[in-house]
Design a protein around this ligand. Structure first.
Ligand SMILES: *[C@@H]1O[C@H](CO)[C@@H](O)[C@H](O)[C@H]1NC(C)=O
Ligand SMILES: *[C@@H]1O[C@H](CO)[C@@H](O)[C@H](O)[C@H]1NC(C)=O
Ligand SMILES: *[C@@H]1O[C@H](CO)[C@@H](O)[C@H](O)[C@H]1NC(C)=O
Ligand SMILES: *[C@@H]1O[C@H](CO)[C@@H](O)[C@H](O)[C@H]1NC(C)=O
Ligand SMILES: *[C@@H]1O[C@H](CO)[C@@H](O)[C@H](O)[C@H]1NC(C)=O
Ligand SMILES: *[C@@H]1O[C@H](CO)[C@@H](O)[C@H](O)[C@H]1NC(C)=O
Length: 361
């Protein structure tokens, strides 16, 4: 019961989060229409991108996407022309961008960027948090989840997100881990027609499929936390031990962050986990791209993979031949969840610098 109560509390806090004196946040729901083809086999590694028509099925549906919109109130809203669309990783929610515990204020990128004049919208993935959770987990695949996010980006450019805020001219996508994979998927599918004016892909590299962590770190959500997830189909999964998301050096992050993480974790689907190899495909995206990883990322930077940045950049650039610019940044000392370490301010400064740079192109 305690767990349930805490979970509700953390979610309620979202609605009242005010990140510092000069910023205000509000929660909202954006209905989106998605009409895409997904592989009939949800464990298809390339999410249908390499499949023939007979192995695909159509999903034509409408979903509610939940988000927390933060804006600087000192800034003339009519003049705010750029918005950041923040997309969390696997088994996280929008709270990754703003852990709503006061002493964790230093870990809120939504607050950090807002205080520097940048509005943001942090969404929950389809199937996750307070967004629509399809009854059948195999409806939550990269094509559906990514299309929902690109519809949200379109909404930000064409409609008023909250009263008094005009549509934005530019949307910069910032992803973390599977959220970067989701933005990568859109970049592959939409290429030069992409709605995004720049991509900041954190905690994600184009690892060959054989180095992707095995399914064994997953537990069906219904077994992990029956009170919350007992009715979900077994394709909705979570992870019970989250230490791999942090640096191996346990002095690099707060033990309380790990507790908070454990209480606020959410679900993902077997499909999106299995479809990680899409990040090894080529995107004909023409906007600017940066990939940012933590040097202590236990998923992507093991075996000295992130030591020689020249070499790493050359490897990663292959997937982005048409990008206006392409860079790789390695944040020293940060783990996979670079936003949640003591050293979070390092990546935060990097993100803001890239948003400014990309906005002025
Ligand atoms: C389509 O792909 C499936 C699965 O990979 C395969 O079994 C089938 O033979 C293919 N059909 C055609 C017409 O190529
Ligand atoms: C938050 O960060 C600021 C500077 O970045 C630092 O002075 C302060 O001590 C930090 N607060 C906590 C609670 O860690
Ligand atoms: C989910 O949908 C797929 C595709 O339509 C179907 O094959 C599968 O049986 C469904 N699973 C459940 C649990 O309904
Ligand atoms: C979690 O996994 C790590 C290895 O990745 C291990 O060292 C640690 O003991 C595990 N923690 C728990 C609570 O099982
Ligand atoms: C996570 O929370 C659950 C439920 O309160 C608890 O049983 C478990 O020990 C916690 N795990 C860690 C690693 O703190
Ligand atoms: C990094 O990799 C590049 C390209 O493979 C190589 O030329 C260079 O010598 C390497 N630098 C170091 C310090 O190992």
């Amino acid at each position: 019961m305690l767990l349930c109560t805490l979970w509700v509390l953390f979610h309620l806090l979202d609605f009242y989060t005010v990140s510092g004196a000069s910023c205000g946040c509000s929660s909202l729901v954006i209905p989106v229409h998605v009409d895409v083809l997904v592989p009939k086999d949800p464990t298809d590694k390339f999410a249908g991108l390499k499949s023939n028509a007979s192995s695909l099925r159509r999903i034509d549906d409408t979903y509610d996407i939940f988000g927390v919109f933060c804006r600087p109130d000192a800034v003339s809203l009519a003049g705010a022309s750029v918005v950041q669309l923040l997309v969390h990783g696997f088994t996280y929610t929008n709270q990754y961008w703003s852990p709503p515990v006061e002493e964790f204020r230093n870990y809120s990128y939504a607050a950090f960027s807002c205080e520097r004049g940048l509005p943001s919208l942090a969404v929950d993935w389809l199937g996750v948090g307070l967004s629509t959770r399809p009854k059948n987990s195999s409806d939550v695949q990269y094509p559906t989840a990514a299309a929902a996010v690109s519809q949200v980006a379109l909404h930000l450019k064409t409609a008023s997100i909250v009263p008094g805020v005009l549509p934005f001219k530019k949307v910069i996508g910032i992803g973390h881990s599977a959220g970067s994979g989701l933005l990568n998927f859109n970049a592959i599918v939409d290429g030069p027609q992409s709605i995004f004016d720049g991509l900041i892909l954190t905690g994600s590299l184009s690892v060959p499929p054989d180095t992707v962590p095995s399914l064994s770190i997953l537990t069906p959500a219904q077994d992990d936390t029956p009170l919350r997830w007992g009715t979900l189909d077994p394709g909705y999964v979570t992870t019970s031990n989250r230490s791999i998301f942090y640096p191996a050096d346990t002095t690099a992050f707060s033990p309380r962050m790990m507790e908070f993480d454990n209480f606020t974790k959410d679900v993902g689907t077997v499909a999106t986990f299995e479809q990680t190899p899409i990040t090894s495909l080529t995107a004909q995206y023409t906007g600017p791209v940066v990939k940012i990883v933590g040097s202590e990322d236990q998923l992507f930077c093991a075996a000295d993979r992130c030591v020689n940045i020249t070499e790493l950049t050359a490897l990663e650039r292959v997937g982005w031949p048409a990008a206006q610019s392409f860079e790789v940044v390695v944040e020293q000392g940060n783990g996979h969840d670079m936003n949640l370490d003591f050293a979070a301010q390092g990546p935060f400064n990097t993100f803001v610098n890239f948003v400014d740079q990309f906005s002025n192109l």
